[in-house]
Structure formats: C-alpha cells, structure tokens
Write a protein that binds this ligand. Structure first.
Ligand SMILES: Nc1nc2c(ncn2[C@@H]2O[C@H](COP(=O)(O)OP(=O)(O)OP(=O)(O)O)[C@@H](O)[C@H]2O)c(=O)[nH]1
Ligand SMILES: [Mg+2]
Ligand SMILES: [Zn+2]
Length: 311
C-alpha cells in the first residue's frame, strides 16, 4: 500500500487535476468513484482545494496520482451557469477554493471602472466575511487624474485599494505586499488585466492575455479556467475567467442592508422598524443619501441590487 499524501489543486486540465505536493513538485491526478469529499453540492474538485492522494505508476513524464479525498473548503468563489429560479446544485461551479482574500480587479478604463460591480463584490465579501482588496489597473490611461473620483467612496468606507498599471509597472510592489503569505483569488470583468498582472507578479509569461475588443471596449474572455501560482514574495494567487455578472445567491432583500456597512448607523433612526430603505417616509438611510452623508452612488447600487433579489 502506498501512503496517503496531501497537496493542493493548482489547475484543472480536462478530466485531470494538477496537484502541487508539499515539496513543490507537481503531479497529474484523477478522481475515482470512491473519491470522498467534505463538501456538499458544487464541484467535487476545484483549484485551491486541499486533497489527499496516492501516487500511481505513471506512463508519461509527469508523476500521476489518484485523489482519495477532498478536504472541506474554508471559503469558495462560486459561479452559476444559469440564472433561472430552481437552479440545481450541479450548475454551481467552484472557481476558487480556500481563498483568504478576494481581489476584485478593475480597470480605470478599457473597460471602464464599474461601480455596480464593485458594490456587488463588496456585498459578497461582507456576507462571507472575506477580506476584499480592490485593485484598479490601467491607471496609465488616466491622464487627467480622474480615478480618484471612482474610488473616493470606497476609500472613505475603509476598503483596501491598490492602484496599479501593468503596462507601466506602477504599484506592483505594493500589490505584491498585499498578496504576501495568503491565498488570493483575482476576479473581475474580462479584459481588466488579471492575467497580465499575474504574469508580472510571478515574473514569467505563463498566462495568455488578449486585447479588449476595439468596438465595445469589453474583454474577449481569454482565460477559460482557474489556475493557481506561487508568488516569489510568498503567498499564492488564483487567476480566474472574467465574469459577465457577479451573482449573489443567499443574499435576500431582507439581509442586503447589513452588507452596506455605512447604512448601519442610520437604520435605527428610520420611522418604521421594518423599513426597507427604498421608499418609506421617515427613512434615515434615504435622508442620509440625500444629504450626502451616504454616497449617492452607493445608495443607487443598493436600490438596483434590491430590485434584483428575491423577497
Ligand atoms: N493600457 C493598459 N493595458 C493593460 C494593462 N494591463 C493589461 N492591459 C491590457 O489589457 C488587455 C486584457 O488583459 P488580460 O490580462 O488578458 O485581461 P484579463 O482580465 O485576464 O481578461 P480575461 O482573461 O478575459 O478575464 C491586454 O491587451 C493587456 O495588454 C495596463 O495596465 N494598461
Ligand atoms: Mg485572463
Ligand atoms: Zn429606512
């Protein structure tokens, strides 16, 4: 009997999983019908997962193994394929497991910074109690110093921000420091430069990148699956495919308000204790948004999100 070893899944290649062993070596693993898991629903194996495996005789250059068990995920970034009601569990795909930090990668332009998307990520991070870092890439395109306008509300709320330019190598040392000694997942719209930044951070051109569409300024969905990399300064980062929309499941109209943290201090002053903070007279949140104490864009995001959620 070969002994059971532990490793982490760093890539999915077809039906195989590339696992990094404790000593840094890699092997190609498969699952078998008896592969166990401490996770229910969603993907059996995802990038970032801790697995127990045993090695087997290999017919190729790369060592091979069998995944015996997938450990429970501490956290998961999930993508839903379909946005119908009654979505079945199988439609959920884990994009990255066991992350310590979610990194929302945005760009100043091409595609332009999207506040609605940023607010969605914030709601998700708050609800999961997952540390969030907001990266704004392509600041080389900001000739007039307009980026401050986009990020000011987030800075005021205390969210961590990092302004970078992969093209001009700006801010990358600071970014590397913020990624040190933890597992981070880069997520965001297609074309913002996630893969370009990771290539620079790891110091080699490992990942494919592509120009955004000249017509729409949107990304062309270059990265199609997640992959994990060790950073030279310590820590790991997972590159993920660009998202079209960031889906919030498990968030209801009832609990959304708690993930807009600047609302909390006003909520007790609303006339109605059941106030939804959307239309009610005597709503202290609406009043604060009107007076500018709550950022108007954040309040608009709240209303827009509220409309999309189930009652
Ligand atoms: N001007 C400018 N362009 C950049 C910068 N960083 C990346 N780009 C360009 O943006 C385009 C998209 O970059 P990618 O790294 O492929 O973007 P991505 O976020 O990985 O996109 P998906 O894999 O589709 O999700 C490429 O043409 C990059 O060269 C930057 O700092 N400034
Ligand atoms: Mg990419
Ligand atoms: Zn209210």
């Amino acid at each position: 009997m070969k002994e059971t070893l532990s490793g982490v899944v760093i890539r999915v290649v077809g039906a195989s999983y590339i696992v990094e062993a404790g000593d840094g070596s890699q092997l190609r693993c498969r699952t078998v019908s008896g592969t166990g898991s401490d996770n229910d629903g969603a993907s059996l194996v995802a990038v970032g997962d801790q697995v127990r495996y045993k090695t087997k005789a290999s017919g190729s250059d790369m060592a091979e193994g069998v995944i015996l068990h997938v450990e429970r995920r501490r956290s998961a970034l999930i993508r839903r394929r379909e946005v119908r009601r009654n979505r079945s569990k199988e439609k959920e795909q884990v994009i990255a497991g066991n992350i310590d930090q979610l990194v929302l990668v945005t760009s100043f332009d091409d595609p332009p910074f999207n506040r609605r998307l940023a607010d969605r990520y914030i709601v998700f991070a708050e609800s999961e109690q997952l540390p969030l870092l907001i990266v704004v890439n392509k600041i080389d395109l900001d000739e007039e110093g307009m980026v401050d306008e986009d990020i000011e509300p987030y800075r005021r709320l205390g969210y961590r921000l990092c302004l970078v330019s992969a093209a001009e190598n700006l801010g990358l040392d600071e970014l590397a420091t913020l990624l040190c000694d933890r597992l981070s997942a880069f997520s965001g719209h297609s074309g913002v430069g996630k893969s370009t930044l990771i290539n620079l951070l790891i110091g080699r051109d490992e990942l494919k990148t592509a120009e955004t569409s000249g017509k729409t300024g949107k990304g062309v969905h270059t990265t199609s699956s997640s992959a994990m990399f060790r950073l030279p300064g310590g820590g790991y980062v997972i590159d993920t495919p660009g998202i079209r929309e960031f889906n919030l499941s498990g968030i209801t109209r009832e609990n959304l308000r708690f993930y807009f943290k600047e609302f909390l201090r006003y909520m007790p002053e609303c006339t109605y204790s059941s106030c939804s903070h959307t239309v009610e007279p005597g709503c202290a949140v609406i009043r604060a948004a009107e007076s500018g104490d709550i950022d108007a864009g954040r309040f608009e995001s709240y209303l827009a999100l509220y409309e999309t959620l189930d009652e």
